[in-house]
Design a protein around this ligand. Sequence first.
Ligand code: FES
Length: 129
Amino acid sequence: MSETHAPVRVCAAAELVDGGAGQRLNATYAGGDAVVFFVRYAGEAYGYLNRCAHVPMELDWVEGQFFESSGLYLMCATHGAIYQPETGKCVGGPCRGGRLRPVRVEERDTPEGRAVFWLPDDDLRPKSP
Ligand code: FES
């Protein structure tokens, strides 16, 4: 993946709670509008294109809510596909074996404290203002 795009600050590291609400950011994917989201699972931050592998719809049932009730899987609200948070692999539902499109995520210390950053690539980038 290219390193030519500037890292985008997503949120303070503490705002991304294990198995809790995700953070959404507007994006451009292959020239069209899209959303990326970031969650924390087992201590690590992960990010994906917010687009189900079944039908290209956003996953969250309420904006920013991606985990199902156990907090172990990401779930698509439309037909209930479940995904491993750490791999994006669909492990149940109509697109079993499919995958969410990952984005690169890094946590860094900044003068304002530790924060989560998205490292965009050529196809999936922040939406220009
Ligand atoms: S659109 Fe996600 S499971 Fe069908």
